[in-house]
Ligand binder design. Structure first.
Ligand SMILES: *Cc1c(COP(=O)(O)O)cnc(C)c1O
Length: 403
């Protein structure tokens, strides 16, 4: 059985722990984890070695900006987890990964089509930063593959997907959208942060480039910012080159934290997925709630596509109040003890934020095609607490709304 045949949970444990990164020359055995190699200067054997140069790929000492064994071990592990990828580049944040990928793959005069339910900073990069470089960008309706096909013009170069969408959580038909892109020779890029390759092996589903904010599930402990891009050749080479132009590096200390988080990612995702499902079923039964936007929940928008394409979920979902105003919603949120108010997600602790994404959507009403109640919602990130305690906390929140 080759390593490639291992299931994802086994890969999570084994990946990136190459002998040359976990042992010292001349020593038998080694340590479990690749140590933290803090370095800027990498030393050469002699002038002949210096003159020979080093290949521009992970695994070759050159200079700190190209990383060292700790960062290589993380990149190697992420490549192994994304079937079909030839390499992974690390970035100091998820947003840096998105921005650098777009700059690497687009040129002045090109057009990007991006999903209307994209993460808000992605929309800002597309409509703001790219425009300054003569690259135009338009949002497309993620639930309408024919509409995407109709928008493609002769300047269109790339399509940027995200599924489920940020805040509104609609699952789109990624294989169909990626196929539309492939037929027109466009690069398809997906922000795969929600599912990770454990839940959605994006390249196997037809995408060319898979981006993750490692700040979320991989870090897993709310103490680190990082992003990654995994892709096939030759795209990964272009992204790597651009990343080096822009001097993108991550510290070995952060890489070691990300590797530590990676090892437990499957158990954390399994646990937060089952808690999220339990809590979303409970929310669905509450009269205060008009819609639960959780792809894992049978009957929720996108559930059928989720069941068809995804191998797992996570703890992040939204719900909408039937009858609330901003002040009763604020009472609900402020009453909660176990849900911190804050951005990000994927940590061990539960979080909540109010969401009103209507203003950042061009195509459809929020939420699409279901009873939208009063339109006011919250996004929950379910952590590793006992789900019954979380439900009791939410129940107190609903009671506070009536006060
Ligand atoms: C958080 C997030 C990002 C950005 O990642 P950072 O590491 O915070 O820069 C990108 N995409 C999605 C879907 C996210 O939730």
């Amino acid at each position: 059985m080759s390593e490639k045949d291992h299931k994802p949970a086994t890969k999570l444990v084994e990946a990136g722990r190459r002998k040359e990164w976990t042992s010292a020359p001349g020593q038998k055995g080694g340590v479990v984890n690749p140590p933290v190699w803090r370095s800027s200067t990498h030393l050469y054997e002699d002038t002949a070695d210096l003159a020979k140069g080093r290949p521009n790929a992970d695994g070759h000492f050159y200079y700190g900006r190209r990383g060292g064994p700790t960062q290589w071990a993380l990149a190697d592990a992420l490549t192994e987890l994304e079937p079909g990828a030839d390499g992974t580049e690390l970035f100091p944040s998820g947003v840096a990964a998105i921005g650098c990928t777009l700059m690497a793959l687009l040129a002045p005069g090109d057009e990007l089509l991006f999903t209307d339910n994209a993460y808000e900073p992605t929309r800002s990069i597309a409509m703001g930063m790219l425009e300054r470089f003569g690259i135009s960008a338009r949002p497309f309706d993620p639930l309408d593959p024919d509409g995407l096909a109709a928008m493609i013009g002769n300047r269109t170069r790339a399509v940027l997907l995200e599924s489920p969408g940020s805040l509104t959580m609609e699952v789109c038909d990624v294989p169909a959208l990626a196929e539309v892109a492939r037929e027109k020779n466009l690069v398809s890029i997906i922000d795969n942060t929600w599912a990770s390759p454990l839940g959605f092996p994006a390249l196997q589903h037809g995408c060319d480039v898979s981006i993750m904010s490692l700040t979320k599930h991989v870090g897993g402990h709310s103490d680190l910012m990082m992003g990654s891009v995994s892709a096939r050749k030759p795209l990964i080479g272009r992204i790597r080159q651009h990343s080096q132009y822009m001097g993108q590096v991550v510290s070995p200390d952060d890489a070691a934290l990300a590797l530590r988080g990676l090892r437990t990612m499957q158990v954390r995702l399994d646990r937060t997925t089952s808690s999220a499902l339990e809590i979303s079923k409970w929310l669905e039964s509450r009269e205060e709630v008009s819609a639960v936007l959780c792809p894992m929940l049978p009957g929720a928008p996108g559930h059928e596509l989720w069941k068809r394409d995804f191998a797992g979920g996570c703890g992040l979902f939204s719900f909408i109040f039937r009858d609330a105003d901003k002040s009763s919603r604020a009472r609900f949120i402020d009453e909660l003890d176990l849900f911190g108010i804050g951005f990000s997600w994927g940590g061990y602790e539960s979080l909540i934020i109010p969401v009103d994404p209507g203003r950042i959507r061009d195509h459809h009403e929020w939420p699409p095609g279901i009873d939208s109640g009063c339109g006011l919602g919250v996004r929950l990130a379910i952590g590793l607490e006992d789900s019954q305690d979380l439900i009791a906390d939410l129940e107190r929140g609903f009671a506070a709304m009536r006060d």
